[in-house]
Design a protein around this ligand. Structure first.
Ligand code: MEV
Length: 397
């Protein structure tokens, strides 16, 4: 039975101020739908209504995703279980399978840079301004201003550490980059606050008019790298079988290097694994996605995120390096009970270690996909898992 009291409308004044139950009830009327059509709303899961209201406006529930644990990972000689939040059936199995192959070669080796994020402050200036001289002369003062009232960050070894800049003459502006060590925070709030803090000073000294003040998600100074070497024997008892599989994987890699359509799907598979861990730890996967794909274009053309080759013994060698802005303190990461458990499962990593773990999952994911695609095809394994979804769908119909 329809609960039609008002015409379908999206103008719901004061919607933010009422309870979730009232929002759901009002939405049903406003969308002119049946009373049980929103049965999937109103469930607050592990977050509870208060946290949902803390995180977002107009909350009406939580959206559940399956949470799984990927096995077989050994990273820098240490075994680790990795939580993954994802709805796609074969992703956790594929990550675990890739990690098993990589384990046969001793596991993943990782590294990362310091967690430096970059903020952009755009200032419109007179084209004749000698901005180089002014900014060089005032660099220390600008950094001090950025760090003002960030004592806790400074005590953790973080803070604004450097400045760089470039002009965009066609826009009549100079863009000042603030390079900020954000310690274990993802850092968006720190960076944006610092950018807004220094903008008035920049306007005064250049002088100029303020434009945008915001971080860039292309955080090329905050990168993590995962590497692996997989012995031929991991791919089969017979050496020729191993050689054949390695060659097929390298051919798949070459296809992605040569063709942007293929590179996009290649990278989507990597992000299947990366996003799943980023989500499970309460991090901003849109930021990671944006940075990762932009990084793939750094030589002017969209490229695959991984590089695969053979060493002198014919073993398969893989590498994945990406910008990786992840936090392990603050925000959702700290408040979300599932994210907290996910971090604990991985031994409470700092932000750099988490970034490295995430890259390992991406590399394992890609290895699994390329092996399957290059040999028996993806559907055999994928469909075996997907079949369960289809069976459930048929039951519901
Ligand atoms: C599916 O979600 C991911 C793959 O398409 C990745 C790839 O093609 O490399 C299997």
């Amino acid at each position: 039975m329809k609960d039609t009291l008002i015409e379908p409308t999206s103008r719901l004044q004061g919607f933010y101020a009422i309870s979730a139950a009232e929002r759901i009830s009002l939405s049903k009327k406003a969308a002119d739908i049946n009373s049980n059509d929103l049965a999937g709303f109103g469930n607050f899961g592990t977050l509870g209504e208060d946290l949902v209201d803390t995180f977002i406006e107009n909350g009406v529930g939580t959206f559940s995703l399956p949470l799984g644990i990927a096995t077989n990972f050994t990273i820098n000689g240490q075994d680790i279980l990795i939580p993954m939040a994802i709805e796609e059936s074969s992703v956790v199995a594929a990550a675990s399978f890739g990690a098993k192959l990589i384990r046969a070669g001793g596991g993943f080796q990782t590294s990362s840079t310091a967690p430096i994020m970059t903020g952009q402050v755009q200032i419109f200036i007179d084209p004749k301004t000698d901005y180089d001289t002014i900014l060089l002369k005032n660099k220390a003062k600008i950094l001090a201003q950025a760090n003002h009232s960030f004592d806790r960050l400074l005590s953790r070894g973080g803070g604004a550490q450097d400045l760089s800049w470039f002009a965009l003459p066609e826009l009549g502006c100079v863009v000042i980059h603030l390079h900020i060590h954000t310690a274990d925070a993802m850092g968006a709030n720190i960076v944006n606050t610092m950018c807004e803090t220094v903008a008035p000073l920049l306007c005064q000294i250049l002088p100029g008019q303020t434009g945008l003040r915001i971080l860039t998600n292309l955080c090329t100074e905050r990168r993590a790298t995962a590497r692996c070497t997989i012995p031929l024997k991991a791919f089969g008892q017979q050496t020729t079988q191993g050689q054949n599989t390695v060659d097929r994987i390298l051919m798949a890699d070459a296809f992605a290097q040569a063709d942007i359509s293929r590179a996009t799907t290649h990278n989507k598979g990597i992000m299947n694994g990366i996003d799943a861990v980023v989500i499970a730890t309460g991090n901003d996967w849109r930021a990671v996605e944006a940075g990762a794909h932009a990084y793939c274009c750094r030589d002017g053309r969209y490229r695959p995120m991984t590089q695969w080759s053979k060493d002198h013994e014919g073993n398969l060698v893989g590498k994945l390096e990406l910008p990786m802005a992840l936090g392990t303190v603050g925000g959702v990461t700290k408040l979300h009970p599932t994210a907290q458990s996910a971090l604990k499962l991985m031994g409470s990593p700092n932000s750099c270690r988490l970034a490295e773990i995430v890259c390992c999952v991406g590399l394992a994911q890609n290895l699994s996909a390329l092996r399957a695609l290059g040999t028996e095809g993806i559907q055999q394994g994928h469909m075996a898992l997907h079949r369960k979804n289809l069976e459930m769908l048929h039951k519901l119909q």
